[in-house]
Design a protein around this ligand. Structure first.
Ligand SMILES: [Zn+2]
Length: 378
């Protein structure tokens, strides 16, 4: 399938057009009208200041694709890693970051069923083949051709994005674009961690490090929905107060308290059933030491570093299980979004900034000033 958006992009490149809202070009006797849009891109890896608001060709929907007029997109820690550059991973530059988006269907491509212009929607940020051995067994995020908007291809910090109709979900009028854009990546990630991997149950006690982050709040909400007991930590007293209000059963500041001793006190020396860790180097061993015999730790990231100290004695002797987890399958997305759309899981939005304030949004996340999510309105 040859995408018209690709043709339009190539023509723009060939004719070296200056940015205009709409431009007519002629190629091999055919006249094309090129619609334009605003998009935040980076042309080189680096500090938040590399993010620029550019004028770029507007994509057009290919077969089975829906063109979405993006009303809001949200910022994830993934966007920070991609902007800085992940060692060993090549990003085509310039690149549009962003995995989450909510907006209105602007146009539908050939073969699209179930959507019409004007529908309010959000997108599933992940793409998998649906046919390989991993997809067949329901592990879409292990797919050999797995990709994420904003990571392996251009993302959602833009006015329009064309995505396969299988990746689009209608949202009710009761869910505003801001909250809808804050939901997909963090709830998909948290759902796989809590429901598929650790199989959280009401009798479980869970330790979540730095739980005021977007994924942490989502894990906390899912665990509480199941009826489990949650111990949540943060390095800030203000965030600890917030976590109490979010329903955490025990909360403490891990920069002031001894995490392992505190968990032993709370659990009467037993330890927790599940540790949720996306901090990495700073918290990894504390998490392992806080587990009960036979407990499990689930990791989906490492914001403080990838190479923590390890103590294998505590893993084999106490028979601890370690789960890696990333994103999720279409089924996991559908299950998580059913609860978001039904109002059972509600994203916490810290701030709403304009799309031209993407630099500030990245700075706020890097300085750990954020509770929950930052959303960019467009
Ligand atoms: Zn696959």
């Amino acid at each position: 399938m040859e995408r018209r958006s690709w043709i339009v992009g190539r023509i723009t490149e060939n004719f070296k057009l200056k940015a205009k809202l709409s431009t007519l070009v002629e190629h091999k006797g055919i006249r094309f009208k090129i619609a334009r849009m605003k998009a935040v891109r980076f042309h080189e890896h680096g500090a938040p200041s590399v993010l620029k608001l550019d004028d770029v060709p507007r994509p057009q929907p290919g077969d089975n694709e829906v063109l979405i007029n993006v009303k809001a997109c949200s910022v994830n820690h993934l966007d920070i890693w991609i902007r800085k550059g992940i060692p060993g991973m090549k990003t085509n530059l310039p690149h549009i970051p962003g995995s989450d988006a909510a907006g209105i269907v602007a146009e539908t491509g050939k073969g699209v069923q179930g959507f019409k212009t004007g529908d309010r929607v959000l997108i599933n940020p992940s793409l998998c083949c649906g046919q390989c051995e991993f997809c067949s067994e329901g592990n879409g995020s292990l797919c050999l051709s797995y990709s994420i908007y904003g990571e392996h291809q251009d993302g959602t910090y833009c006015e329009y994005i064309a995505v396969p109709h299988q990746n689009v979900l209608k949202i009710p009028d009761s869910l505003d674009f801001i909250k809808a854009a804050a939901a997909p990546l963090v709830y998909l990630t948290a759902w796989r961690m809590m429901v598929t991997k650790t199989k959280v149950k009401p009798s479980d006690c869970i330790l979540i490090f730095s739980a005021a982050a977007g994924v942490g709040i989502a894990c906390l909400q899912i665990a509480k929905l199941v009826g489990a007991t949650v111990i949540a930590t943060s390095s800030s007293d203000q965030k600890c107060e917030f976590l109490k209000k979010m329903g955490a059963d025990y909360v403490f500041n891990h920069s002031k308290e001894d995490t392992v001793r505190k968990v032993r006190d709370i659990t009467s020396k037993r330890g927790v059933d599940i540790v949720v860790d996306y901090i990495g180097k700073e918290t990894w061993l504390k998490g392992i030491y806080s587990l009960k015999r036979g407990g499990c730790v689930v990791t989906c990231g490492a914001t403080s570093g990838y190479n923590p100290e390890e103590d294998l004695r505590h893993i084999f002797y106490r028979q601890v299980r370690i789960y890696g987890s990333t994103m999720g399958s279409n089924k996991e997305f559908s299950d998580a979004m059913t609860l978001v759309l039904g109002g059972k899981l509600i994203p916490h939005v810290d701030s709403v900034l304009r799309i031209d304030e993407a630099v500030k949004a990245h700075e706020m996340i890097e300085q750990r000033e954020v509770i929950g999510k930052i959303v960019l309105s467009i």
